[in-house]
Design a protein around this ligand. Structure first.
Ligand SMILES: NC(=O)c1ccc[n+]([C@@H]2O[C@H](COP(=O)([O-])OP(=O)(O)OC[C@H]3O[C@@H](n4cnc5c(N)ncnc54)[C@H](OP(=O)(O)O)[C@@H]3O)[C@@H](O)[C@H]2O)c1
Length: 263
């Protein structure tokens, strides 16, 4: 299937590791040009080099904290001056801290709000005018299965990602007239550093070895295993493609069947 992504410009936020990196690699394999960012410069540069040497993709990689509006704006300005357009925006950031309500304080909530919600707002404000000018755009936001089925011990994710879901559903309605499609992809349990962080927090709380915690999680997944980043990235690449021209306003989980609800 030709996905029609050759020479498209994809900005993948928070892309030095994990899901963002796998998504960036997926776009590069389809011939897209990349704009990558993360806070840690060394890992980011290594990721950019790795993708460039494997795929030959043209890449702009900048150390940027997506919770800082001025840095996000600078990234988008640089991308426009280098490539002239941004066709695809993948909203992504690190995960907010695991824990129950009484484990956190208002300061943790405020930081988590900036990381999970305001980063999406800043990226969208910076990129949407360019997509409107082009009359073509794809915005894909990485949320979580917590928006469909809240997960105990992840209260910040449960609460804040639902806000992101409301934001992006509304954007899908507002931007359809400009041929900008907006969708969310919801990871279940995907093998990344973030996944291990959440598992370690659970192991500590339960006083059990991490292997036992992961095995008990796998028992709740109909496919019987944790997912791989590429299995997640394939859906994001498809949603950004010409093959997904009639899909907007959705929340698609990639979770091996872990969500038990109908929708
Ligand atoms: N993996 C899962 O099973 C799963 C499940 C549900 C939801 N999610 C969510 O999906 C998102 C990605 O998860 P992941 O598993 O890929 O995490 P990961 O492996 O920890 O990677 C996170 C990436 O985000 C970057 N990042 C973090 N904070 C940033 C910031 N403020 N500005 C710019 N870049 C930032 C990190 O680089 P730097 O640290 O250098 O900035 C890194 O490149 C997270 O929000 C996570 O909670 C993941």
């Amino acid at each position: 299937m030709d996905l029609g992504l050759k020479n498209r410009v994809a900005l993948v936020a928070a892309s030095s590791k994990g899901l963002g990196k796998a998504i960036a690699r997926g776009f590069a394999e389809e011939g897209a040009k990349l704009v990558l960012c993360a806070r840690g410069e060394e890992t980011l540069k290594n990721t950019a080099k790795e993708i460039e040497s494997a795929t030959g993709a043209e890449i702009l990689a900048m150390a940027v904290d997506v919770t800082q509006q001025d840095q996000v704006k600078r990234l988008v300005d640089q991308a426009i001056s280098r490539f002239g357009r941004i066709d695809i925006l993948v909203n992504n950031a690190g995960g907010p801290p695991a824990g129950a309500f009484l484990d956190h304080n208002p300061e943790v909530w405020e930081k988590s709000f900036h990381l999970t919600f305001m980063s999406t707002v800043y990226l969208c404000y910076a990129v949407i005018p360019h997509m409107q000018r082009q009359k073509w755009g794809r915005i894909i936001t990485i949320t979580s299965v917590t928006v469909k089925q809240p997960v105990d011990g992840l209260i910040t994710s449960n609460a804040l990602r639902s806000g992101v879901t409301g934001l992006t559903k509304t954007l899908a309605n507002e931007l359809a007239k400009d041929n900008i499609l907006v969708n969310n992809v919801c990871p279940g349990y995907i093998q990344t550093d973030r996944f291990m962080e959440v598992m370690e927090a659970r192991a500590k709380k339960q006083g059990s070895p991490i292997e036992e915690v992961i095995a008990s999680i796998e028992k709740t997944i109909p496919l019987g295993r944790v997912g791989q980043p590429k299995e997640f990235a394939d859906m994001v690449v498809f949603l950004a493609s010409e093959r997904a021209n009639y899909i907007t306003g959705t929340n698609i989980q990639i979770d091996g069947g872990v969500v038990k609800s109908l929708l």
